[in-house]
Structures are given as structure tokens and as C-alpha cells.
Ligand binder design. Structure first.
Ligand SMILES: C[S@@+](CC[C@H](N)C(=O)[O-])C[C@H]1O[C@@H](n2cnc3c(N)ncnc32)[C@H](O)[C@@H]1O
Length: 242
């Protein structure tokens, strides 16, 4: 594994042990293991329902065969997908996240796998009717984010759908917000504990090129709020032609 990717994987293993649910969904009032798991997994059901409704609206609702949730964490979206799709693979770089995901799974239709390779060679070309990745590529350092994106495209089946989110660029932070962020960072570094999140931009032009290189047609890139106030983020919907 390349050094930069290994460092990022190490950080996620640390996060998975420190406060796994908050590392996945950093709601301000849930820091310090205060997520109620039931409430937490409900957010996954809402997100998946919204995403599937959007795909339907765009004529890109996938067949109910097989889906991939890349960067699945504790299976928040994986389990929710399994209510609509026969078999769902959740893949994550953190062994602890995957162990937790297996423990939380109530569907019996999710297959969870640790993948520390800088690619998805564990899956054949065109394996999935739906490939989903939310809140993940933003945490993977370049150029590995783009390499994974090309891999996400590669494993989409003919007629299948890819839906993912990535921050295009950082917004220029007003002074007060920048100062608050620096204070937070200093506190975290001094304690050397708690969840540590690194964020990276994946510019829209590069995302479009990666999709084209993987043979996918971009249907829409629409602004979203996944990456928080400091980032201009987009959700991408793409399909592999039949
Ligand atoms: C913020 S969490 C989001 C989890 C999930 N997508 C969700 O929305 O519930 C980011 C996840 O990406 C995983 N991750 C980070 N780098 C990864 C990589 N190179 N390959 C696979 N997963 C990765 C982390 O371990 C973590 O579980």
C-alpha cells in the first residue's frame, strides 16, 4: 500500500476505535459516542430512500440485483440498500469498521469486506447494478481518490448506475470560521485522541474525466451539502450504457 494511503487507512482505523458512529456522521450533538444506533441507522434509511427516489426521477433506478457501498463504515447505507436490493457488498479500508458493520447487520443480505488495496480488483468488471459512495472519496488523498473513482466506474454493469459524492473545492472561509477551525484542530492535535478527519477536494473536471475514462455517461452533477459549509460539494449520477 502506498505511504499516503496507508497513513489515511491508519487514521480511519483510529477513528473506528475512537468513536465509530460519529466518525461516520459528525453531527455536532453526537460527539463522544452519543449517537443512538437506532437513530443513526434511520439516517441511512432516509438517505437511501432519497437517493433511490432521485434515481427513479432521472430514469436511473437500478435493477434489484447487486449493489456496492464503497467506504461503507459501520453499514449505515449498506443495510438500508439491502431493503431494496437482493445482495449488497460493503467495502471499507478499516477492519474495525467492517467488524462493527457485521455486528450491526440485521438484514443477512450484506457481505462486508476489508479492502486495503489501492483498487477494487476483488471485484470483476461490471459486477454491480448500483455502485454508491457517500462521504468517502472526500477522505481519500489524491491521486488515490481518482483511482478509486475509476474503479467504481469499472465495476458498474452495463445499464447500471453509479451515484457518488465528492467535494469540488473548498469555499473561501470567512475569518471567524477559519479561526474556529484552527482552534478545533489545535485542541485535537494537543489531545491526540478523538476522531481526526482529513478532507480533500476532487475537482469536478477530474471526476468527469474519470467517469468518461471508465466508459460511463454522466447524467447529472448536482450541488449537495454532504461535505459541510466549508466545501462546495457535488453528487454525481452516471450510467454505463447497455
Ligand atoms: C465518513 S465515513 C462514511 C461511511 C458511509 N459511507 C456512510 O455514509 O455511512 C467514511 C468511511 O470511508 C472509509 N474509507 C476511508 N478510506 C477508504 C478507502 N481507501 N477504501 C475504503 N474505505 C475507505 C472509512 O474507513 C470510513 O468508514
Amino acid at each position: 500500500m502506498p505511504d499516503r494511503l496507508r497513513e489515511s487507512a491508519r487514521l480511519w482505523e483510529h477513528n473506528a476505535r475512537a468513536d465509530p458512529l460519529w466518525a461516520v456522521l459528525a453531527a455536532s450533538d453526537k460527539n463522544g459516542r452519543r449517537w443512538d444506533p437506532l437513530e443513526f441507522f434511520k439516517t441511512g434509511e432516509r438517505d437511501v430512500a432519497d437517493i433511490l427516489a432521485y434515481l427513479e426521477q432521472r430514469g436511473a433506478r437500478p435493477r434489484a440485483g447487486r449493489a456496492l457501498d464503497f467506504g461503507c463504515g459501520v453499514g449505515r447505507l449498506t443495510q438500508a440498500l439491502a431493503k431494496h436490493i437482493a445482495r449488497v457488498d460493503g467495502v471499507d479500508v478499516s477492519a474495525t469498521m467492517i467488524e462493527l458493520a457485521r455486528g450491526y447487520d440485521r438484514t443477512g443480505r450484506c457481505q462486508f469486506t476489508v479492502n486495503t488495496a489501492p483498487d477494487l480488483r476483488i471485484f470483476d468488471d461490471g459486477s454491480f447494478d448500483l455502485v454508491l459512495s457517500i462521504l468517502v472519496l472526500q477522505h481519500i488523498p489524491p491521486p488515490f481518490d481518482l483511482a478509486y473513482l475509476r474503479e467504481l466506474g469499472r465495476v458498474v454493469a452495463p445499464g447500471g448506475t453509479l451515484f457518488f459524492q465528492a467535494p469540488h473545492q473548498r469555499r473561501v472561509a470567512p475569518k471567524a470560521r477559519r479561526a474556529a477551525r484552527l482552534r478545533r484542530l489545535a485542541r485535537r492535535l494537543l489531545r491526540r485522541e478523538g476522531v481526526q478527519l482529513a478532507m480533500y477536494a476532487l475537482p469536478q473536471e477530474a471526476a468527469r474525466d474519470a467517469l468518461a475514462a471508465a466508459g460511463l455517461e454522466l447524467i447529472e452533477a448536482r450541488p449537495d451539502v454532504w461535505a459541510g459549509d466549508d466545501w462546495e460539494s457535488f453528487s454525481y449520477l452516471a450510467r454505463r450504457p447497455l
